[in-house]
Ligand binder design. Structure first.
Ligand code: SF4
Ligand code: SF4
Length: 285
């Protein structure tokens, strides 16, 4: 194992374990521990995702990813009536021409208006959302580049929602579980529910990264069979016929990771690179 990878695993372990914070605080970020300005600087290690646009043309694959994330993270099922813009979503499907307005042209092999792509937070290298938050409720984790969210610190100003050029953040305009009994019936106990008035978004399944790290710390040989954590959406896509490899996840700081190899060997695009945010979600086209 090279030194860079060893250091990454060590640092990711500390971050993933929340440096002593309990699970609910970890998931919401760690308000007792806080996060220094150093946390917001860039890291040589970066979790990243590669999405295969052709494979994700299959609606069942996109639906499985969206549903897996919703269930895993206790997202409300339905958008408020007649207000789709107020839906709470971490991963969603939209037209290629909407997601890639600078790439869609009339000579594309497929009509960009017909082609649907999966979208989520890009865990940007220079996240516009982090720069505007007045309470440091969102920050870029130095150990592994994930842009985290601390719902305890969020005051609901929505500056980050406006600043994100990708529409990756959702605001809870209403109580996600207005009937408290629904929490018992529908919510996963292992993941915290949120309340009205806070912002949320994809965390690259930080909770799964933490559990993976714990297992690897106990038995480093596991890295051979499980070199990276598997986010819920990635796992769900793999389970659908034809969906294996539709989404791939790994560390860009490791030149031997699967995502590094794919980016080296195949043509990929990112959303609106000209904006300078440095997205870490890539699309195989
Ligand atoms: S996609 Fe948006 S919410 Fe995610 S890190 Fe980039 S600017 Fe922030
Ligand atoms: S990586 Fe995890 S949190 Fe992000 S969209 Fe996929 S399932 Fe949801």
């Amino acid at each position: 194992m090279d030194e860079n990878r060893r250091n990454f695993l060590k640092k990711a372990g500390s971050a993933a374990l929340g440096l002593g914070c309990g699970f609910p605080l970890l998931m919401a970020g760690c308000s007792t521990n806080g996060h220094s300005s150093e946390e917001n600087s860039s890291s040589p290690n970066q979790w990243a995702m590669v999405i295969d646009v052709q494979k994700c043309k299959e609606p069942a694959i996109r639906a499985a990813c969206i549903e897996a994330c919703r269930k895993e993270h206790n997202l409300p099922t339905n958008p408020p009536p007649n207000q789709p813009a107020r839906e709470v979503k971490w991963i969603w499907s939209d037209k290629f021409e909407t997601a890639f307005p600078d790439q869609a042209h009339k000579y594309l092999a497929e009509n960009p208006a017909d082609l649907q792509v999966l979208l989520l937070c890009n865990h940007c290298t220079e996240p516009a959302c982090v720069k505007v938050c007045p309470t440091a409720a969102t920050w870029k984790r130095k150990s592994d580049g994930i842009v985290m969210m601390d719902m305890h610190r969020c005051i609901g100003c929505r500056y980050c929602v406006v600043a994100c050029p990708y529409g990756s953040r959702s605001f809870n305009w209403r109580d996600p579980f207005p009937d408290r009994n629904d929490i018992d019936k529908q919510a996963r106990k292992e993941y915290p529910t949120r309340s009205r008035g806070v912002v949320e978004k994809c965390t690259f399944c930080a909770e799964r990264i933490r559990l993976w790290q714990e297992r690897v710390d106990k038995d480093p040989k596991l890295l051979e069979s499980e070199p990276a954590p598997i986010p819920a959406c990635v796992e769900a896509a793999n389970r659908v016929a034809g969906g294996e490899g539709a989404l791939r996840f790994g560390n860009l700081g490791d030149s031997q990771s699967e995502v590094s190899r794919v980016l080296r060997d195949q043509n990929t695009i990112c959303r609106q690179l000209a904006l300078g945010t440095g997205p870490n979600v890539y699309y195989l086209v």
